[in-house]
Design a protein around this ligand. Structure first.
Ligand code: XMP
Length: 503
């Protein structure tokens, strides 16, 4: 495995990902864990980028001895390069011209650039530059700065730019050269070995104690349920809370799927209390807060007496908690990191096997564990559910209208093969009525908006260019089949400036 030490770069998780893409396992550790890290399977180490300056009084530092004790090849990226220069007696100075973005560099012969042409386009993001090289040799230069150095005897390589981002055209090749040719790492990262490794770790941690998991029916928590049940069987209890704002048939489907696996499944019907608390509430933030709060109350009440809490947290959810203070810790606070959970983490009572993984990697594990395709391919669904897709007050009647409309959207998207092609597709119930005509009768009914978007990670999105005939089918089915709707509109806004959900 390749150990990546994080010095606060927003790109650190991408390094891990690029390495796993070439089937080598890698894990990220905060830089201050370097001293104490004790594993005998490390084949190479990478020092990430970071926002700091090696000379500042609160600089993130490690020592030469910390690095050399692993006795494996080293790659420094950006801040990592400056740190290596500093540790080995060189000098870093503030650059006169800061380099950000696409930059042309010229490379020299080096193992890390094997197979690449002399001129390369790379992605720079730094202000400081190397001045005195100490024991290093220059292997790449841009117009303004040294872009790469090496000490091949010591097996140390360093790049001023970011090979892990896609903007560095041949970045993946450079990482591959380091990992496969310089570290000679074994290509054995597959979901199977991850599953085996996790099962063992979970067993060692849990022993014969009890674990509770909040199962939402989404791919992350469902996959985790199967992994845990393989590891600890009946010592796992999954709690599924019906919060009253789920989609049509959702709670029945989840119950039916999980009844086939050997685990304790606890269904909690909390519909009444959720809908009571939501009654009369129209403000979006208020709705979200109520749902979050009631969920915690219900879950806490149901999960008393357990020793461990398991969560399907993914890497993007914990960027802030893994990293040291830097730009990467200010992106968002996730519900998996609320106060109560942080307490449990301190007590080492939280199990999060996926916290180094990305969604598509979890999907691969899900396939390996035999989760039904219908869950693996499911679109994301927000915690506050349909409540934030009913603009205005959430009532049983309005929920029923939205459920039926949403069901038709999903059904038609699946039938046409478009469900898999888009990030999300759903219906939104608007708080306006409009005039229509049905038969010879005037109608005055609700409006449904269709929201169908393409996205890579939900952070940005564009409205999907769905063929007209599919939109037409969805629209006419909703108007004909859902009582209380006489108009359907298509949302053609991208994110930003809009968001995917309406509330
Ligand atoms: P927005 O509306 O912010 O949504 O563009 C981005 C993605 O996040 C999902 N989403 C949520 N997921 N709890 C969740 O688990 C939430 O409160 C929540 N709000 C939005 C949304 O469906 C989209 O995929």
């Amino acid at each position: 495995m390749i150990a990546i030490f994080d010095f606060g770069s927003q790109y650190t998780q991408l390094i891990a990902r690029r390495i796993r893409e070439i089937s080598v396992y890698s894990e990220i550790y905060p830089y201050y864990k370097m001293k104490e890290l004790n594993r005998n399977d490390i084949e190479g180490i990478i020092l990430s980028g970071g926002p700091g300056n090696v000379y500042s009084k609160d600089a993130f530092l490690v020592s030469k001895e910390d690095i050399e004790r692993f006795n494996v090849p080293v790659l420094g990226i950006c801040y990592g390069m400056q740190l290596l220069t500093h540790l080995y007696g060189g000098k870093v100075i503030p650059g006169e011209r800061k380099e950000y973005g696409f930059t042309k560099i010229k490379i020299k012969k080096s193992k890390i650039f094997k197979g690449l042409k002399k001129e390369q386009i790379v992605w720079m993001s730094h202000g400081d530059r190397i001045d005195d090289l100490a024991d290093f040799k220059i292997i790449a230069e841009s117009e303004n700065a040294i872009a790469g150095i090496e000490n091949s005897k010591k097996n140390i390589y360093a790049l001023q730019f970011h090979p892990e981002v896609v903007h560095t055209k041949n970045g993946k090749k450079m990482i591959e050269n380091f990992v496969l040719n310089i570290c000679n790492a074994k290509r054995n990262w597959v979901s199977k070995s991850f599953i085996e490794h996790s099962i063992q770790t979970i067993r060692e941690m849990v022993k014969d104690k009890k674990v509770v998991l909040g199962l939402s029916g989404g791919v992350d928590s469902s996959t985790l349920a199967l992994l845990l049940s393989k590891a600890i069987g009946k010592n796992l209890t999954c709690i599924f809370v019906n919060n009253g704002v789920l989609r049509k048939n959702e709670s029945e489907e989840i119950q039916s799927i999980f009844s086939k696996f050997d685990l304790n499944f606890k269904y909690v019907d909390a519909e009444k209390i959720f809908l009571e608390k939501l009654s009369g509430v129209t403000d979006p933030e208020e709705k979200r807060k109520i749902i979050g709060k009631v969920f915690l109350e219900v879950f806490e009440n149901e999960s008393k007496g357990f020793d461990f809490l398991a969560q399907g947290t993914l890497y993007p959810d914990v960027i802030e908690s893994i990293s040291v203070k830097g730009p990467s810790d200010t992106i968002k606070t996730h519900h998996n990191r609320v106060e109560g959970v942080l307490e449990l983490i301190k007590e080492n009572r939280v199990i999060e096997p996926f916290k180094e993984l990305f969604k598509d990697e979890v999907r691969e594990i899900a396939r390996e564990l035999g989760l039904p395709q219908s869950i693996i391919e499911r679109h994301p669904f927000p915690g506050p559910g349909l409540a934030i897709r009913i603009i205005g007050e959430v009532t049983k009647e309005r929920l029923n209208i939205l459920r039926e409309a949403d069901y038709i959207v999903t059904e038609e998207m699946k039938k046409s093969g478009w469900y898999k092609k888009v990030w999300q597709a759903f219906a939104v119930l608007l708080p306006v009525k409009s005039v229509g005509v049905m038969g010879d009768q005037r109608t005055y009914e609700n409006v449904i908006a269709l929201r169908i978007v393409d996205s890579i990670d939900g952070m940005t999105a564009d409205w999907s260019k769905i063929p007209y005939d599919i939109l037409q089918k969805i629209s006419s089915r909703i108007i004909n089949e859902v009582k209380g709707v006489n108009r359907v509109v298509y949302d053609i806004s991208s994110k930003p400036p809009s968001t995917i959900e309406w509330e």
